[in-house]
Design a protein around this ligand. Sequence first.
Ligand SMILES: [Zn+2]
Length: 377
Amino acid sequence: MAKAKRSLIMPYEAAGLQRAAADFVTKCTRADLTGASKDMLLRLKKKVPFYQDDRTTYDFYLNTISDWIPQRHLVQQDLIKISNDIIENCNSELRTREKSGQRESKRHGTYLHPTDSAIIMRDMNSYDAEKSVTLEFKPKWLWQSPTAPPKATRCRTCALRAQRKSKGEKESKTHGVLCPLVISTGKPDYIRDVVTQLVDNPSNYVGTALPRWLADRHATNGTNGQAHDNGPKSRHDLIEKLCHHFSRDTSREKRHGEGYHVLQGLQFLQQRLDKHGILHRQPTSDFLLAMTLRDCSLYVQVHWDSQRVESRLGDLDPKVSKGGKLEQWRETEQSLLDGGWYYAAEGDETCLLSRQARPVIPLQSPASSRRPSCAPS
Ligand SMILES: [Zn+2]
């Protein structure tokens, strides 16, 4: 029997929080959309060709995403009613900024879409590095593309990164994490490299809080910052916490890190929801959900006082195959196949698959090589 759809705006009504939601909007100003509490953000969407209203987005979050992913692994969202005044105020602010040169010229002429409801979400930014830091990255394709060659030595994400690099395209944040398959293994000796790269890149931090050691290093052009490399709240401390967070526990207790659980769940869903790829089939709702899960963001927040590390997924908007998207997905996949991008160059062991494909040399010392993992091939 089909499950009854949960109705929109219910969480606020049910919890008697409609008043709070109204207060939230009242306290938002044109320059500050975080309300008074600073722990929730109001999300307003621009008027773009693929605009989807917030009721659709929230319905997808509430009735699809929440069925597959536990709440503790999601950035909390709610839908609230708003009046159009706030949109008009914000658009007026954008026009003022355009005139005074404070808005990038490529954004000129794009304004917020009128709406009577909007999503508020937990603010995952960190504002005080002494209390917490937040890193954001896109896990991307945690399972190989179903249409990749069977003997591929690069996963979908590594193949696309290599193709883009060859065209001289800048490394974007969305492809900034080393091989997604590596981090999803949960093997401490594998994930340390990925975690270290994440931690050392200032653009992975969200909010105004850069850890002290990174801020120092930044301020002195990379020549200093060693003083805070050890001890609590240090680079070393952060790397250790994140390595533990993404690690698989091989002991009998099986106390895996919470981040490992999140990535495993995501990997399982990506595999289950898209078994055939998009080259020769029409997109199904499962496929579109898989595409959402291949493009979502992971927010990892480290709370220094409680020692708690949270991993929550956001940017989970529904995907549509209209307006050239379907053709774009197919074209990308076909160009990776045609250009041979699924095969790593000699000596390139960025991708887990290329490490697994390395010929086994008999009598090699185990300490001198990385062992193959059980990750997908
Ligand atoms: Zn890879």
